[in-house]
Unconditional design. Structure first.
Length: 127
């Protein structure tokens, strides 16, 4: 799921079991487009945020380094919410490794606007 941090809400959703469709690459391409098409002089909203299970966190970083090497990626490893300001200054993409950490950052994270927020669900259980 993708939610841009703006007054205009855009959502996108794809079935998590649809593997191999290039969802991560498409998201990175969109981030690159957003970064390249920000108007000069316009204040940037901040980094983008990916919330994903720990099992895919490092894969997201590796894919970002491979397909978008100039993107500054920061893996969030449970630091205090006081570190959010530093993360905004030093990263273009912040990856939080689980939903519990996101809850622990609340409400402080709401005070730090993000360009887009991407939520990666874990694998769906087999029925």
């Amino acid at each position: 799921m993708i939610f841009p941090a703006s007054h205009n809400v855009f959502t996108s959703c794809s079935w998590p079991m649809d593997m191999g469709l290039g969802k991560t690459l498409q998201t990175l391409a969109w981030l690159a487009w957003l970064r390249e098409n920000t108007r000069p002089g316009r204040e940037t909203v901040g980094p983008s945020l990916v919330v994903c299970p720990k099992s895919v966190m490092h894969n997201r970083r590796v894919e970002a380094e491979r397909f978008y090497p100039s993107l500054r990626v920061r893996l969030w490893r449970g630091e205090s919410s006081l570190e959010l300001s530093a993360a905004r200054r030093t990263a273009d993409l912040v990856i939080i490794n689980n939903y519990a950490q996101l809850r622990l950052l609340s409400p402080a994270i709401a005070e730090h606007p993000m360009r887009i927020v991407t939520v990666k669900y874990g694998p769906a259980p087999h029925l």
